[in-house]
Design a protein around this ligand. Structure first.
Ligand code: ADP
Length: 580
C-alpha cells in the first residue's frame, strides 16, 4: 500500500510562478476590493448620523457615493475571482500531470502492488479537491484575511482600547478553530481512504463480475460491498458531525463577542471617549468583520480536507521509481540482434535469486525457444531484456553492448514484446499499432501486412480508422493477437520477445496468427516462451529452464533423442499438438 508522507500546499507555490502576470492583476483587483472597506466604514460613520439630521440632499449624495464605491468593489471582486481561477486550475492540472508522469515511471514490481481503483480515485477525486481548495484559498481565504486585517486596522484607529478588548477574544476563536481543524483533517483522511478502498473493490468487482456470476457469489460480493460502504458512511459521518459541532460553538462565541462590544461601546460613549459617529463606523466595521471570519473558518476546514487529499496524492511520489539511466549511456545504432547472457543471476528480492548463473547465446536472426514449467523464470528473463529489472550478477549483451549501460527507452525501441494476453487502448486500429511512436501511416500498414493483419483490418467498416473498444473487445482473439504482432514489429526491432498464447484458437484463426508470426519473426532474433510443438520444432535452439537454471539445451530432435526432462515436458506441455 502507499506509505505516508507529509507535504503541504506550500510545496505547490513554485508551480504558481509561471502565472505571475495573471496573478498580479488578480491581486491588484483584490487590493482594490479590500481597500474599499475602510471607505465604506468611514462613509457609514457619516451616513448613519446624517439620517437623523433631516438633510435629505446630503443623505442622497452619501447614498450615491456609497453605491459608486459598492459598484467599484463588486467589479474588483469579479476581476479578482476570474483572474485567480485560471492559475489555480493550471496548478492543479500541473500537479496531476506531474503525478501521472511519476506513476508512469514507478517500478513495475511496486506498481503491481498498487490498487488501480485507489490510484484512480486519488488522481481524480483527491486531485479535484486539491484544485478546489487551491482556488478557494487564493480567491476567498486570501482576500478574507486581508479584509480582516484591514478592518481591524481601521477599528484600532477608531478606538484602540475597545478593539484591544475584542482582540482578547481572538485567541480563543483561533484555538477552537484549529482544534476542530486538526480533527476534521484526520477524519477526512480516513474517509478519503475509505472511498479509495471502495474504488479498489469496485475495480476488482467490475473486472471479476462474470466470475462472480459463474460462481453465484453475488450475495458474498454484495455483503463485502455493503460492509465497505458502511465503513465509508461512518467515516464521513464523523467529519460531518465535527463540522456540525464547530458551527454552533464558533457562532455562540461570535454572538457573545458582539454583545460584549455593544456593552463596552455604550460604556465608552458614557465616558465620552467615543461619539455616535465613531460608534456607527465602529459597528459597521464589526458587521463587515463577521463575513470574512465565517469564510476563514469554513475555508480552514476545507483547507484541512484538501491537505489530507494532497498528502494522499503526494504518497504516489514515494513509490520506488525505475532506476535512472546511466550517466554516460551509449547510443544504440541499428542492431543486428546478437544476444549473450554471461553468468546472469537475478532475484526480485536479491536474497532469493530466481535465475542462477545463466549462460545463453543467440546469433542474430536465431529463434531461441524457452521451455520449462511455470515459475521456472521464463518471464523474468523477458523482464531483464526489457530492463524492467536489472540483473544482480553477470551481464546481458546485445550486439556486445551491456544492457545496463544503455538508456532504457532506447533499448525498448529495439526489443519488442508480444505478450501472451494482449490489450490495446481504446482508439483507432492505426493508433493501436502506432502506440504513440513516430511512424507514418505507410509504416503502420507495412507492419500490419507483416503481421498478416492488413486484410482483416481493411475489411473492417472504417479500415485502419475503425475504432477498437477498450481492451480490443470488438475484435476476435486471433485478430487482436495479429494487431499485437503488428504493434511489435512496427519499429523494426532487432529482438522480438514472444510469449505464445496458451488459449487455443480455432484452426483457421491459429493459422492466420502463425503466418503473421512467421513473417514478423523473419530477420530478427526471437526469444519465444513456447507453448506449441511447431514452435519448438522450428527453433534453432531450445533452452530448458527449471527453477531458474538451464537444465538442457539443443534442437528439438537432439533433445528428444536424449530423452529426460525435455521429453517429459514436451509430452506434458504439447500433448494436444502431439495428439494431432
Ligand atoms: P515463468 O515465466 O517461467 O512461469 P516467472 O519468471 O514468472 O516464471 O517466475 C519465476 C519466479 O519469480 C517465480 O518463483 C515467481 O514467483 C517469481 N516472480 C515472478 N515475478 C515476480 C515479481 N514481480 N516479484 C517477485 N517474485 C516474482
Amino acid at each position: 500500500m502507499l506509505s505516508s508522507s507529509s507535504a503541504g500546499f506550500r510545496r505547490l507555490l513554485p508551480l504558481l510562478r509561471p502565472h505571475w502576470r495573471q496573478l498580479s492583476w488578480g491581486i491588484g483587483c483584490m487590493i482594490l476590493y479590500v481597500g474599499s472597506f475602510p471607505l465604506l466604514i468611514r462613509l457609514a460613520g457619516v451616513l448613519f448620523p446624517a439620517l437623523g439630521s433631516g438633510d435629505l440632499r446630503g443623505v442622497l449624495r452619501l447614498i450615491v457615493l456609497a453605491i459608486v464605491i459598492f459598484a467599484v468593489q463588486k467589479l474588483a471582486q469579479f476581476g479578482q475571482d476570474s483572474l485567480l481561477a485560471g492559475p489555480a486550475l493550471l496548478v492543479s492540472q500541473q500537479l496531476r500531470s506531474d503525478l501521472f508522469r511519476r506513476l508512469q515511471s514507478v517500478e513495475l514490481g511496486a506498481l503491481e502492488k498498487l490498487s488501480a481503483g485507489d490510484l484512480t480515485y486519488r488522481l481524480t477525486e483527491d486531485a479535484d479537491r486539491v484544485s478546489e481548495v487551491l482556488y478557494k484559498t487564493i480567491h476567498d481565504t486570501l482576500p478574507s484575511v486581508l479584509q480582516l486585517l484591514t478592518v481591524l486596522g481601521v477599528m484600532l484607529w477608531l478606538d484602540w482600547k475597545l478593539t484591544a478588548a475584542i482582540l482578547l477574544l481572538a485567541p480563543v476563536i483561533v484555538w477552537l478553530v484549529s482544534l476542530f481543524g486538526a480533527r476534521v483533517m484526520a477524519a477526512t483522511e480516513r474517509s478519503q481512504q475509505k472511498v479509495s478502498e471502495l474504488a479498489g473493490l469496485l475495480g476488482e468487482a467490475i473486472e471479476g463480475l462474470p466470475l462472480v456470476r459463474a460462481f453465484a457469489a453475488e450475495p458474498w460480493l454484495q455483503s463485502r460491498f455493503e460492509a465497505e460502504i458502511d465503513q465509508h458512511r461512518r467515516a464521513r459521518h464523523r467529519t460531518y458531525s465535527l463540522v456540525a459541532l464547530q458551527h454552533p460553538v464558533v457562532g455562540i462565541i461570535e454572538v457573545v463577542g458582539l454583545f460584549a462590544v455593544l456593552a463596552l461601546g455604550a460604556a465608552r460613549i458614557q465616558s465620552g471617549d467615543l461619539n455616535i459617529a465613531g460608534l456607527s463606523s465602529y459597528l459597521t466595521g464589526l458587521v463587515v468583520l463577521i463575513d470574512p471570519i465565517a469564510h476563514v473558518t469554513n475555508n480552514f476546514n476545507e483547507f484541512q480536507q484538501g491537505q489530507a487529499s494532497l498528502r494522499r496524492l503526494r504518497q504516489i511520489e514515494n513509490e520506488p521509481q525505475e532506476p535512472a539511466d546511466p550517466q554516460d549511456a551509449k547510443s544504440l545504432g541499428d542492431l543486428r540482434g546478437e544476444l549473450r547472457f554471461e553468468a546472469v543471476s537475478f532475484g526480485y528480492d536479491p536474497a532469493e535469486p530466481v535465475l542462477h548463473q545463466l549462460d545463453l547465446q543467440a546469433r542474430a536472426g536465431d529463434v531461441l525457444a524457452l521451455v520449462g514449467p511455470s515459475g521456472a523464470g521464463k518471464s523474468t528473463l523477458f523482464s531483464l531484456l526489457l530492463r524492467f529489472n536489472t540483473c544482480q550478477r553477470g551481464r546481458i549483451l546485445l550486439d556486445g553492448l551491456d544492457l545496463s549501460e544503455l538508456r532504457a527507452r532506447e533499448l525498448r525501441r529495439q526489443v519488442a514484446l508480444v505478450p501472451q494476453r494482449t490489450t490495446v487502448f481504446s482508439g483507432t486500429v492505426l493508433e493501436a499499432i502506432r502506440f504513440g511512436r513516430d511512424a507514418s501511416d505507410a509504416d503502420v500498414i507495412k507492419a500490419a501486412q507483416l503481421a498478416n493483419a492488413d486484410e482483416f483490418i481493411r475489411a473492417m467498416p472504417d479500415g485502419y480508422q475503425s475504432l477498437l473498444e477498450e481492451r480490443g473487445s470488438n475484435v476476435s482473439g486471433g485478430q487482436l493477437q495479429r494487431i499485437a504482432i503488428a504493434r511489435a514489429v512496427l519499429g523494426n526491432p532487432a529482438l522480438l520477445l514472444l510469449d505464445e498464447a496458451t488459449s487455443a484458437l480455432d484452426a483457421e484463426a491459429e493459422a492466420a496468427v502463425q503466418l503473421g508470426l512467421r513473417q514478423a519473426m523473419a530477420g530478427r532474433t526471437v526469444l519465444v516462451i513456447a507453448h506449441r510443438l511447431a514452435t519448438v520444432q522450428e527453433a534453432d535452439q531450445i533452452v530448458v529452464l527449471e527453477q531458474g537454471a538451464i537444465v538442457d539445451r539443443g534442437t528439438h530432435d537432439q533433445l528428444m533423442r536424449r530423452g529426460g526432462r525435455y521429453r517429459d515436458l514436451c509430452e506434458r506441455q504439447f500433448i494436444r499438438d502431439l495428439q494431432n
